[in-house]
Design a protein. Structure first.
Length: 95
């Protein structure tokens, strides 16, 4: 199961850098799509802490990429979920 999906927006729909995205460490697959983005990148990470570096340090630096939107799988989200303190705020109802 992929750890995350990254929706990638590029400058021109005619030049989606699929091959270049596929060369990045941690990328399991790249799908060229039509819609609000031009590619969906599947990530399978050896270390969940590498997510930020893969997205901001690699994917966003590919020539032609103009934006990304990252969707994280529940397993990766659980890895980053703080357990020491309860979630609080104006929209959290007291039990």
């Amino acid at each position: 199961m992929p750890d995350a999906f990254v929706n990638v927006t590029v400058e021109s729909e005619r030049t989606v850098p699929v091959e270049r995205l596929a060369e990045i460490d941690g990328v399991a697959d790249v799908h060229e799509v039509r819609g609000t983005c031009q590619a969906v990148v599947e990530l399978a990470l050896d270390d969940p802490n590498d997510l930020q570096e893969v997205v901001t340090g690699s994917i966003q630096n590919v020539p032609g990429v103009t934006g990304t939107d990252t969707l994280v799988s529940p397993t990766l989200a659980d890895h980053h979920r703080p357990t020491e303190r309860p979630i609080t705020g104006p929209f959290v109802k007291e039990a």
